[in-house]
Design a protein around this ligand. Structure first.
Ligand SMILES: Cc1cc2nc3c(=O)[nH]c(=O)nc-3n(C[C@H](O)[C@H](O)[C@H](O)COP(=O)(O)OP(=O)(O)OC[C@H]3O[C@@H](n4cnc5c(N)ncnc54)[C@H](O)[C@@H]3O)c2cc1C
Length: 342
């Protein structure tokens, strides 16, 4: 918005400090950074998706993804905002919506993430629904470099199944997103006097795939549940939800950030063309709710697939992973055209 019209006055309140790290790397479809003229030479290219069970490759398919460190992406966006005069206020926590005197602004954009304070404050108007997955995940990293491959690894430990997504996002690090059930977490739980922070136990489960590399966390390992969040409405008065505040997309799809950025682009386009803020918000909602809903349906079936593989495994069907991957291979083979692309 500021690039299109420098007369806009835009303030961003961010609770983190300017140099606080924001986590590991993410994947994005290759085209997602085009609207920002980002030089893809600074990204890592992923061109093959490989699924392995007990370190044996089962499913391979080409992908057109890039990966980038979240810090790099945020620094790039901060630089661009600063260069056009957006007023960025770091270390500015919005503790209460009353703090920001809504009437002082033409528009308040709530981009405050999945646990959005603003969405919670006006929940009766936005109508959120949240479905939590029974499976736990932790967002970790490793110096094991997966190159141009997005690896999805399945491993067993004490009767529980673990999945890990590994993808390189910088010259020295790969993201490692690990999933398991409550039983899996118990299987690798630390003895009371253990000094292991949880990373060592994950590294042991995936020792072969990580080729003995360590696992890193940006603090104590946090195991959380993925949640599918939807809102009936994305705007109320002069407030609009975007990104994870409005909708979450399971990480196995790897596009939550792209969709958050698309919300921002769509919103600024409608604001530039509509005669009033409220008509822009209505048009924004009309465009984005159906688009995101379609993606959320696909993300939900991906999440359900992982949940069902995990629970079938725990109820004794240990061959379920191989069966599912073989079924996936057959589905892929039936879709391969004569040029070999899927
Ligand atoms: C394990 C995992 C892996 C993922 N992998 C990928 C991936 O590979 N690719 C992908 O595209 N997406 C991925 N995602 C999803 C992606 O992280 C989110 O969709 C994306 O970060 C949403 O961006 P956002 O700006 O809406 O929210 P956030 O990134 O959560 O940003 C919200 C911001 O608001 C600030 N904030 C919150 N509350 C306040 C407050 N009260 N006052 C001031 N500031 C506040 C926070 O500090 C934060 O900076 C993954 C998610 C998870 C959990």
């Amino acid at each position: 918005m500021k690039r299109a019209d420098r007369s806009h006055s835009i303030q961003v309140f961010e609770r983190r400090t300017a140099n606080e790290p924001v986590g590991w790397g993410i994947t994005l479809p290759r085209t997602s950074l085009e609207p920002f003229d980002y030089n893809l030479d600074y990204c890592h290219v992923l061109d093959l998706y490989v699924t392995s069970y007990r370190a044996t490759g089962h499913l391979q398919t080409p992908v057109d993804l890039i990966s980038i460190s979240r810090d790099t992406l945020v620094r790039f966006l901060v630089k661009r905002c600063s260069s056009v005069g957006v007023d960025l206020r770091f270390g500015a926590v919005v503790d209460d919506v009353a703090d920001i005197d809504l009437s002082r602004f033409d528009l308040v954009v709530a981009a405050d993430g999945a646990h959005s304070l603003i969405r919670k404050r006006f929940a009766e108007y936005f109508g959120p629904t949240i479905i939590r997955s029974p499976v736990y995940h932790a967002w970790l990293a490793t110096p094991k470099l997966f190159g141009g491959t997005l690896m999805i690894m399945f491993r067993e430990c004490d009767g529980a199944l673990f999945t890990a997504w590994g993808y390189q996002f910088s010259a020295t690090l790969s993201s490692l997103i690990v999933q398991s059930t409550a039983k899996g977490l118990l299987a690798i739980a630390s003895p009371v006097d253990s000094v292991d922070d949880g990373c060592g136990r994950v590294a042991r489960v995936f020792r072969q795939e990580l080729e003995g590399n360590i696992v890193l966390a940006d603090g104590p390992v946090r195991w959380t549940h993925a949640a599918l969040l939807k809102n009936k409405r994305w705007h109320h008065r002069n407030i609009v939800l975007i990104g994870d505040a409005a909708h979450t997309i399971h990480f196995s799809k790897g596009i939550g950030t792209q969709e958050a950025m698309r919300d921002g682009l769509s919103l600024s386009r409608h604001l530039a063309h509509a005669s009033t803020v409220s008509s822009a918000l209505a048009a924004f909602e009309q465009e984005r709710i159906p688009e995101v809903s379609l993606i959320q349906t696909k993300a939900q079936s991906s999440l359900n697939w992982y949940n069902s593989v995990m629970s079938s495994y725990e109820s004794g069907s240990t061959s379920v992973v191989v069966d599912e991957l073989e079924a996936g291979r057959r589905r892929l083979e039936s879709r391969v055209d004569t040029s070999g692309s899927v």
